[in-house]
Design a protein around this ligand. Structure first.
Ligand code: GDP
Ligand code: ZN
Length: 288
């Protein structure tokens, strides 16, 4: 039977199989030694071998994210609130670069639009102009929910973004139950209640596999080549290859097509500023 790994607890895998039936499995000896099975992996498993179900095969991965490690995410829902905490365009631009680098389609969600409707609308325009799907949402006055749902394609969707932006609240709303713990800092532990350190997928009635992750806000910057960074800015792509130098980093070089697009208003200034800032970070990392 084919299934997808939802959870791994010390080598016991929770698998969602055909007809959404959930089984508990271990992996077979040789497979266990050879393959590191991840949440999100599509596997073949057998339920009729003795008392315990066993995983017999792991299918090739379509995508991979580490921190936390998870396979086959189809869509990254990048959530940032417009206020409390304030939207940080640079951080959001970085998260978009990360999803481009992982080959996963991002959906930009500007949450808490009730706190600044105009600001949220402006942010959505900024990302749509850059070529990305983006929407605003508010759970407070329950607006934008249908539009957001229309943008979800999945089937495997990770919600990512800083703490406190409303990820758990949005996920619970999608699930129709309070599965993800939402709210303020935990009184017991003093840390964000969102102690989702282990990746876990939760099945929704709409057929999505949903994940909440505090990770992926910090770009794994070391893996990106300075020469490749501009390709991870979707809005820069039409101009790439037209610079005077074919190794142009679109910084100070003469006859740069990207900078020309910036100067003629076809690339937004803030996007270019984010590019330059990430480029500098990459160069600094390289020098260390
Ligand atoms: P997470 O850390 O990203 O999972 O965020 P939570 O879902 O725990 O939400 C953080 C805080 O924001 C909670 O106090 C929520 O009640 C609040 N919140 C969530 N959605 C909204 C919204 O649409 N508008 C406003 N004003 N507050 C919200
Ligand atoms: Zn250039």
């Amino acid at each position: 039977m084919k299934g997808i790994i939802l959870k791994n607890q010390n080598g016991y895998f929770t698998i969602s199989g055909e007809e959404g039936k959930v089984s508990l499995c271990r992996s077979r000896g040789t497979l266990k030694r050879k393959t590191n099975i991840l949440v999100g992996d599509y596997v073949e498993f057998e339920t009729d071998k003795g008392s315990e179900a066993v995983i017999t095969h792991v299918y090739p991965r379509k995508s991979f994210l580490h921190r936390p490690p998870v396979a086959n995410i189809d869509q990254l829902a990048l959530v940032c609130s417009i206020r409390t905490p304030d939207l940080n365009y640079f951080l959001m631009d970085k998260m978009v670069v990360l999803s481009e680098n992982a080959g996963i389609e991002p959906l930009i969600i500007i949450s808490k639009s009730d706190l600044d409707a105009d600001g949220a609308e402006k942010a959505v325009k900024y990302y749509q102009t850059a070529g990305y799907q983006a929407c605003t949402v508010s759970l407070k006055n329950y607006s934008g929910i249908t539009e957001m749902r229309d943008y979800l394609s999945g089937p495997v969707i990770a919600f990512s973004g800083p703490s406190g932006v409303g990820k758990s609240s949005l996920l619970n709303d999608l699930l129709g139950i309070d599965y993800f713990i939402s709210g303020e800092i935990s009184r017991q532990t003093g840390r964000g209640k969102n102690t989702t350190r282990h990746a876990e997928l939760v099945q929704s009635s709409q057929g999505y596999y949903l994940m909440d992750t505090p990770g992926y806000t910090h770009l794994d910057i070391e893996t990106i080549d300075t020469q490749e960074l501009s390709f991870l800015f979707r809005d820069f792509r039409p101009y790439l290859g037209n610079c005077r130098f074919n190794n142009c980093l679109h910084d100070q070089e003469p006859d740069c097509a990207v900078r020309h697009a910036l100067e003629t208003g076809r690339i937004q200034k803030e996007r270019y500023d984010s590019y330059k800032r990430i480029l500098e970070e990459l160069k600094t990392t390289r020098r260390r």
